[in-house]
Design a binder for this molecule. Structure first.
Ligand code: SAH
Length: 460
């Protein structure tokens, strides 16, 4: 059996005998943690040896490898008998790692994830190294990029309990910090700026003036796998979530279990909360000191009125962050097998709102009828007859290919294709459901060719 413990090494020098890939990985892990690496019996440093490594001679036969020289020995010559012979020459008390089956080779390396001074290890007792590295990768994707730099900087702030005297203050400081903006940006900030920002967070926590913040998060078009890592991280820590109709159940299931959930609707002409009420609620929740997530379908800045929401937040002095999402055009195009641009067919793509006010046709139709351009209409189902009519009236060839993607990227995705002069009939016949996205252009033809992708075949 194994016990998972950490080894205190007073003399952080790691001796290496051999140079196999496993040994090199271990040597690098030790160097990352600050150990000096000494290569014994090598003429040159092995490729991929840690930069700070040095060379040294092997002890004469008959002499042992001493504790005073090495805090840890890594032995992997590639020949099991040679490894065993070396292990036999190690002074008792020096910890040894070696792939050789020897009672003295007692050190194992758990899978390790290092973020600055923080070290996370996954230990399966050496049984399932693949499980350990799988889990390590999962954890890696969950941790914000700036965590290491932020903690490194926190070391310089000394003992927090002197300034944040109550456990509540300390907890709220750490939660705010780790869930907040700063940890996502710390690795990109100059050290002095980061230090100042931390200083002001500590001061705020000490004076009890902690404010909430708002995250405007793009949830993507439907498939929860299309959430960004950042979106996933933020919805897992929200206190309150305001979501609209387009956000799928599967995505809502990933929100922190005890978060307050508020449906703010937005069905065509049936808004559950008016936009200015939503804006106001965001401000109020944040002012109560909560972490507020405004979860929107697709990308918040593409036909999402994200701009208006942040304007209100900015006016009220509420801290906010926008997390981009995969917009419906990207998601639906990919899952329907339609590239939006293509060297031969389209050099540009245009995202257009098909939400026509009172059926007026005040869109620049002439600009839409151009060679080598793909048009993507959002919110276009109701207006489709007008859209088709106007495009043809402004010179679009009647046989221009069109695809309408309903509930794109979800298991209920349906793709209806046709020509611009027949698409309205085809759509009526198929009784598709909202939300739908309309893609118009030569690129739609490529769908048949690319059908081997399988995604579109299996999804409709
Ligand atoms: N911010 C969103 C768009 C909001 S407008 C984004 O970036 O995707 C709402 C319109 O988006 C819908 O009317 C529809 O045209 C489109 N849409 C969103 N999700 C969709 C989906 N899964 N399938 C098809 N169209 C979708």
């Amino acid at each position: 059996m194994t016990l998972t413990v950490s080894l205190r090494i007073d003399h952080p020098v790691v001796g290496c005998i051999g140079s196999g890939p496993r040994l090199l990985a271990k040597a690098r892990a030790c160097a990352e943690q600050g150990a000096r690496i000494v290569w014994l019996g090598h003429d040159d440093l092995p490729n991929e040896a840690p930069a700070s490594s040095v060379l040294s001679t092997l002890p004469e036969p008959g002499n042992s490898l001493l504790r005073v020289d090495y805090g840890l020995l890594l032995i992997d010559t590639g020949v099991a008998e040679d490894d065993t012979a070396w292990i036999a020459r190690v002074e008792e008390g020096v910890p040894v790692w070696s792939p050789a089956d020897h009672p003295s080779a007692r050190v194992q390396f758990p899978a390790t994830l290092q973020r600055g001074p923080l070290r996370i290890t996954v230990d399966t007792g050496g049984r399932w190294p693949t499980v350990a590295s799988w889990l390590r990768q999962k954890l890696d994707t969950l941790l914000p990029e700036g965590l290491g730099d932020l903690l490194q900087q926190m070391i310089h702030k000394g003992d927090l309990s002197e300034r944040l005297t109550t456990p509540h203050q300390r907890r709220s400081f750490w939660y705010r910090l780790l869930d907040g903006n700063l940890v996502a940006r710390a690795h990109q900030m100059p050290k002095a700026e980061l230090s100042d920002a931390l200083e002001s967070s500590i001061r705020k926590a000490a004076s009890g003036t902690v404010k909430g913040e708002v995250f405007l998060v793009g949830a993507g078009p439907g498939d929860p796998d299309l959430l960004t890592l950042k979106a996933l991280r933020i919805i897992a820590q929200a206190d309150v979530v305001l979501y609209d109709r387009l956000v799928s159940r599967d995505i809502l299931a990933r929100v922190r279990a005890d978060a307050e959930m508020i449906h703010v609707g937005k069905q065509r002409s049936k808004h559950t909360l008016a936009q200015d009420q939503i804006n106001q609620r965001l401000v109020e929740f944040a002012q109560e000191g909560r972490t507020v997530v405004r979860l929107k379908g697709g990308d918040p800045f593409i036909f999402g009125r994200g701009g208006e929401e942040i304007e209100t937040l900015a006016e009220a002095g509420v801290a906010f962050q926008v997390v981009p999402g995969i917009t419906a055009a990207s998601g639906c195009a990919a899952y329907a097998g339609i590239p939006l641009t293509h060297r031969d067919y389209a050099q540009s793509v245009r995202f257009v709102t098909g939400h026509l006010k009172n059926d007026t046709c005040d869109l620049p139709w002439k600009d839409f009828v151009q060679n080598n351009q793909t048009l993507v209409f959002y919110m276009g189902l109701v207006g489709l007859p007008v859209i088709a009519r106007e495009l043809i009236a402004h010179g679009m060839p009647a046989d221009m290919p069109v695809a309408l993607v309903s509930k794109g990227t979800t298991p209920e995705q349906v793709v209806v294709t046709g020509r611009i002069d027949s698409i309205v009939e085809n759509v009526e016949a198929s009784e598709v459901k909202a939300p739908t996205l309309i893609i118009i252009g030569e690129v739609v033809k490529l769908r048949e060719k690319l059908d081997w992708l399988g995604q579109s075949v299996s999804l409709n």
